[in-house]
Design a protein around this ligand. Structure first.
Ligand SMILES: [Zn+2]
Length: 307
């Protein structure tokens, strides 16, 4: 008898160690974004060459959503919250973070801190449940003041562009956290072992978070880069003239974070890169970059406790 096709997928969760920190990527799903408006200053021939060489789909750009939980031993910290289940404005292939978090053994009530790279919908809407209550009942919320002022901004509600619905959702998402809000200062330590690094441009206050334990470092980069092939090959390409608050600044931030990751030996995590989004950025002889993804790693020992 033929068994039925299951037609479902579970990328689930992915665990790795950074020194003494236990990190878990909790997959929220994916966006299939059309090419319209994406990389507006790209040379079409070069984009075609990359599509051909890397067998990339020509009708859409796949973008996974990869929030990460880090247990420092002191705090349980979530970096970005996925799309949540309050909106399907980007499709219905997202909103799976909570089931994957629970499957990994982590309950949302255990989260102490939520660090936001920025407040766009696919990063912030997961802050709340469909009834508007806080997904993370015991967590403090951290974001840059610049991003807060740009997106948690009621003046946006009267605009006639995408910023109105994006801000409407963000205002609802941050509402339960207003009494436990902390502003992050780029360049400064956020919490022990965690430094914020400005990658502003895609949003006005976007920042990356560099975690360090026992000399090992990883950077969670949010949306400074959206694609694992195009962005490293062409850091000078703008992402989008509307979605980016400052496309030119966004491209400069991309070059800067790639260089920093390479020069300082920092592992690279791209929120929208293919699950789990973790790997190494490598500099090529011509000064461009290449992303080497890390796949399944059976090494689950804190630093110094191998074997
Ligand atoms: Zn995003």
């Amino acid at each position: 008898m033929a068994a039925p096709f299951r037609k479902s997928q579970n990328a689930g969760w992915f665990r790795f160690y950074l020194g003494d920190f236990e990190c878990t990527v909790v997959w929220d799903g994916y966006i299939h974004h059309g090419y319209e408006g994406i990389f507006p200053n790209a040379d079409p021939q070069e984009m075609g060459r990359l599509q051909h060489d890397w067998h990339l789909p020509s009708d859409h750009i796949p973008m996974d959503l990869n929030p990460v939980v880090v247990n420092t031993g002191e705090k349980l910290i979530l970096v970005d919250t996925g799309m949540g289940r309050t909106s399907t404005m980007f499709g219905n292939t997202m909103g799976r973070m909570l089931e994957n978090m629970r499957a990994s053994g982590i309950e949302p009530e255990e989260i102490d801190v939520v660090l936001m790279t920025h407040l766009h919908p696919d990063h912030s809407f997961g802050l709340i449940n469909p009834d508007g209550s806080a997904t993370f009942a015991n967590a403090d919320l951290y974001v840059t003041r610049t991003d807060w002022n740009e997106w948690a901004n009621e003046a946006n509600l009267t605009r006639n562009d995408f910023k109105a619905p994006w801000s409407e959702g963000t205002l609802a998402a941050v509402a339960p956290y207003r009494q436990r809000l902390h502003f992050v200062t780029p360049g400064k330590e956020v919490l022990p072992g965690i430094v914020a690094f400005s990658v502003a441009g895609h949003s006005s206050g976007q920042c990356a978070y560099i975690f360090e334990s026992r000399g090992e470092k990883v950077v969670f980069t949010g949306d400074v880069a959206h694609h694992q092939i195009y962005d490293p090959a062409h850091p000078e390409w703008f992402f989008h003239m509307d979605y980016d608050s400052d496309p030119e600044m966004g491209a400069a931030a991309k070059s800067a974070i790639f260089a920093k990751a390479v020069d300082e030996g920092i592992r690279f995590h791209g929120y929208h890169f293919p699950y789990p989004g973790l790997g190494d950025m490598v500099r090529r002889p011509d000064g461009t970059y290449r992303f080497h993804p890390q796949t399944m790693n059976p090494r689950l020992y804190p630093s110094g406790q191998e074997g």
